[in-house]
Design a protein around this ligand. Sequence first.
Ligand SMILES: [Zn+2]
Length: 265
Amino acid sequence: MWLIENEPGIEGYLRLEISRFGHKFKPKTFATLRQAWLEQASANPLNGAILGNAASFIVWNDFETASELFERAYNLQPHEGWLGLFVIYCNSQLWSLPELYSDKIRKQIIDVGLRSLETESGGAPFLTCEYVSDAALSLGYYDIVRKCAKELRDWDQTICEQMANGFLGLVALRENNRSLAVQLMLEMKRGYQPQEVIFRLARELFDLGERESIIQLIKSFKRKVRTSARNRWLNQVENDERPDFDDWCVCSACMAKEAALKQAK
Ligand SMILES: [Zn+2]
C-alpha cells in the first residue's frame, strides 16, 4: 500500500515485483489494493509508468481493465516495452479462460504481439514471437507464422532459428507438405537444442505415421538429452507408441531433482 501511494511510477526490479505480487493477495486485500491503483491511475492519466504498473497489478483478476491500462501506457510510453509485457498476460489468459474465448484471446495475442515486435525494442521478443506464432498457427494465419519465423531468423541466434524451423514445419504439415516438415524437423546445426516446438512437430509427424525420421531426430540430440529419456523414446517408437518427450533435461537443477526422486524410491 505504501508503494502504491508513494511510488506508483516505480521502475526496474520493483516494477516486476508488482506484477508478481498481484496474485498473492486474498480477494478482499486485492480489491482494496486494486482500488488504490485505480485511484492512482485516474489521478495521473498521462503518466505511462503509473498506468502500466497499475495494469501489471490488476491483470491477475481483471484482465479487461488491465488491457485498457496497458494500451494507454503504451500510447504514452511507446518504448517502455508495455506491449511485450502485456502479451505475456494475454497468453496466460489462454490457460485460465474457458475454451469459448480462446480464439478471441488468440486474436488479441497476435494484435498486441505484432505491434510490440514492430515498434518496441528490448524485452523478450523471442517469447513474443513464440506466442504470436502459436496463436496464428491455431487460427490458420500461416502468413503471420512466416512473418514471425523471419523475425526469429533475423536475430541470428541458433536457438531462435531452430524455433523458426519448428513453426515453419508445423505450417508445412498443415499445407500438406510433409517432406518439408520432416526436413525442417531434422535440421541440426551446432547450438540447436531440444525444444518444445520441435517435440510438437515430432508428435504430429508421429501421428501421421512417420517413424524413421523420428528415430533419427531422437538420436541426433546426443548428449543434450538424458540417456534414460533417449532410450525410453526409442523404445516407445519401437512399440508404436508416441514418445512422451518428457524428463529429458540435463541442466544441473533437473538432474538434481531426478537424483532426489531416485533416492526417495
Ligand atoms: Zn532443466
